[in-house]
Design a protein around this ligand. Structure first.
Ligand code: ATP
Ligand code: MG
Length: 667
């Protein structure tokens, strides 16, 4: 593999395997404010080796380099996977909001911390680090006065507005645990999460605004709180000024409360292992888990990946399209950019409003340097047509992808059409539970292959395990399930109030390993390919087929917008591949297309992977974070439509009925 990355052409083809390898494009270096923090792949390999063989030395150094501690630590790490008691920077004390705000406000109070891009492109404002410090302090006073103490949880049900970040940092300033609940959730989901976390204070808005539509946020909160008798205070930010229901003595206006308090409150130092936040997973595979992250290790994971994966440098303008209601928003809208003292874009709207150019217009307008989004959004925008991508986006250096495997077709579109072959595409694999990116290229350093999340981040020692024997498979060119062999600082510490579930889901499955729940392959060069969830793997006549790979083959067809593959029981082959496909607007869905799609998979992967049935459906069942919920499709095909399980995290529950109708019509 080439080491002098900067001298490489943008793309070389690895003949033997037919997979394209892309080097960080030369143009990226030409527009760089200086140069990537790491000079080449060789330096990555050396540092990586140190992080694995001498983790205490490596992480101790990085923790002191990237974070400010009010009390230093002596023990870098203690505990083990076996006991589920991992702790990092044990004696250390620090404060998250101090690290995200004060440090930069002192150095340069006028630097822009937040660019707020409102739903309506004509609205919006900037918040400087100096202002952020004042706003966070005032809000922290308000929470304190409402009785919030260190270790209490505070529920935050806010849309993507600067106040979401202010609320998060205000909690951390006084040592409270923030529990952000995605503002698209129904009142029942909100109620369950407020109850599970035992939150007594809820922060929300009168209404939300998204894609030109108003959302009755406060009304949803009121419905939820009918069954949450322990909630004593609701702090309401006035976003639209509409008439809303009000409960005297419980509800308080944000703007009235913050005015009463001074513009500074000193940050409360917390122990490194004190919890920073609680966050529920997407619920793709079942009941959402309340994942708990602690302070020191999590912050370090964010700062490290922000710096090395996204190549963040002073003066950068970072735009992550993820919502603060998901881990991507926590780590990469809030913590990574603010810890590193750069500008983060907070976008309230949707990529389709007022038209499909919205992301690109934002990137152009604010001279965004790094952009980070999920493949589901890219599929939507590619489907809408290239004519919407008119913006030049000259400042883009890194284009990130997260949340699902990205099909090669979509990857290439991102690189060519969005990035003009001038930005480095980084496909980042990670989970709510890992806290920050774990398998990912380093921006400007790691050569990439479309569809592969590439190489492990510092401190991550992946293992491919044979799911049948439970044994680790060594060497390259291997397939199995993905696990990690060593603890890393930003790993989740527990599932809130359910440590046994935590142990059983992640640490007791393969003793001595952290189990991700995802299938993966390691290719001949040691690159990792995430195949999707283990539950989603299809086993046809003993071939373990990756749903992601078959879906990628289907998406290559010009008519296909989205594809999802599941396995169904089959007398002959054990399982058979069944595919669900949504076609692009104006494309005809008929038997000829079904045949073409089956041929496409045969050609691209092999006859054994060819779908036995192809269902054309209006859309896929997706979680609110945009992931395809394959378990719903499996249940529909199995005729178990009454046993769909928890589907409260579906973004559009009515889609289930429409898919069922399409399937019945086809059968
Ligand atoms: P739940 O755990 O409740 O089922 P979830 O796993 O979807 O929900 P998240 O923590 O948001 O919740 O998502 C993590 C999962 O997303 C990973 O385990 C993996 O399956 C998938 N994923 C994330 N990034 C990538 C990526 N770059 N490539 C492939 N898969 C990815
Ligand atoms: Mg998960």
């Amino acid at each position: 593999m080439a080491e002098a990355v900067a001298d490489q052409p943008a793309k070389v083809v690895s003949e033997a395997h037919g997979v394209d390898t892309f080097h960080p494009p030369q143009k990226m270096f030409e527009k760089h404010p200086s140069k990537p923090h790491i000079s080449n792949l060789e330096e990555y390999r050396q540092l990586y080796k140190e992080s694995i063989t001498k983790p205490h030395q490596f992480w101790g150094r990085k923790a002191r380099e990237l974070l400010s501690w009010s009390r230093d630590f002596q023990t870098v790490h203690s505990g083990s996977f076996e006991h589920g008691d991992n702790a990092w920077f044990v004696e250390g004390q620090l404060n998250a909001s101090y690290n995200c705000v004060d440090r930069h406000a002192h150095a340069d109070p006028n630097r822009v911390a937040i660019i707020y891009e409102a739903d309506d492109p004509a609205d919006g404002r900037n918040v400087t680090y100096g202002e952020l410090l004042r706003e966070v302090s005032r809000t922290a006073w308000v929470l304190k006065q409402m009785g919030v103490r260190k270790g209490d949880t505070v529920a935050i049900y806010l849309p993507m507005i600067p106040e979401a970040i202010i609320a998060i940092l205000a909690c951390s300033r006084i040592g409270a645990i923030h529990s952000v609940i995605f503002a698209g959730f129904s009142s029942d989901s909100l109620r369950d999460r407020v109850t599970d976390a035992g939150s007594k204070v809820v922060i929300t808005t009168d209404e939300g605004k998204r894609g030109g539509k108003l959302i009755g946020t406060k009304k949803i909160v009121d419905d939820a709180l009918k069954q949450c008798p322990d909630v004593s205070h609701v702090l309401v930010y006035k976003r639209t000024g509409s008439e809303i229901p009000w409960t005297e003595g419980r509800d308080y206006w944000w703007h009235e409360e913050v005015e009463k308090w001074p513009a500074y409150i000193s940050p409360e130092p917390v122990n490194s292992e004190d919890p920073l936040f609680l966050l529920y997973t997407s619920g793709s595979t079942g009941k959402p888990k309340g994942v708990l992250h602690s302070t020191g290790g999590y912050l370090l994971g964010c700062a490290m990946t922000g710096k090395y994966v996204f190549d963040i440098h002073p003066g950068d303008r970072y735009f992550c399209g993820g919502d603060v209601g998901w881990i991507t928003g926590h780590s990469y809208v809030v913590y990574a950019p603010l810890l590193l003292g750069v500008t983060t874009v907070v976008f309230e709207g949707t990529p389709a409003y007022p038209n499909f150019s919205r992301y690109w217009d934002i990137i152009e307008k604010h001279k965004v340097t790094q952009f980070y989004v999920a493949p589901t959004a890219l599929r939507l925008l590619k489907r809408a047509g290239d004519e919407h991508v008119k913006a030049q986006m000259k400042d883009l250096r890194v284009l990130g992808s997260v949340g699902e495997p990205i099909a090669a077709e979509i990857w290439k579109w991102y690189f060519e059409v969005v990035g003009h072959e001038e930005a480095h595409v980084v496909d980042t694999y990670w989970q709510t539970e890992t806290g920050s990116n774990v398998i990912c290229p380093l921006g400007g350093v790691t050569p990439t292959k479309p569809g592969s999340a590439s190489l492990p981040f510092f401190g991550i020692e992946p293992a491919i395990i044979d799911p049948v024997s439970g044994e680790e498979i060594h060497g390259n060119d291997v397939e199995g399930v993905l696990a990690f062999k060593q603890p890393w600082p930003s790993m989740a510490r527990t599932v809130y109030g359910a440590h046994k579930r935590y142990m059983d889901t992640y640490l007791n499955v393969y003793k001595g390993y952290y189990f991700t729940g995802d299938g993966a392959g390691r290719d001949h060069e040691g690159f990792y390919w995430i195949r999707g969830r283990v539950d989603d793997v299809v086993n046809v006549s003993g071939h373990r087929l990756s749903t992601a790979e078959i879906e990628a083959a289907l998406i290559e067809h010009h008519s296909v917008a989205e594809a999802a593959v599941v396995g169904v029981a089959d007398e002959l082959t054990g399982q058979a591949v069944n595919a669900f496909v949504a076609v692009k607007a104006g494309q005809e869905a008929n038997d000829a297309l079904r045949k073409e799609l089956i041929m496409q998979v045969r050609r691209s992967i092999g006859p054994f992977a060819a779908p036995k049935a192809v269902y054309i459906v209006p859309d896929m069942p997706k979680t609110r974070s945009g992931k395809i919920m394959r378990r719903v499709l499996r249940k529909i095909l199995a005729g178990e439509e009454d046993q769909l399980g928890d589907i409260t995290t579906l973004s559009d529950p009515t889609i289930v009925e429409r898919i069922i109708a399409s399937v019945h019509a086809a059968k």
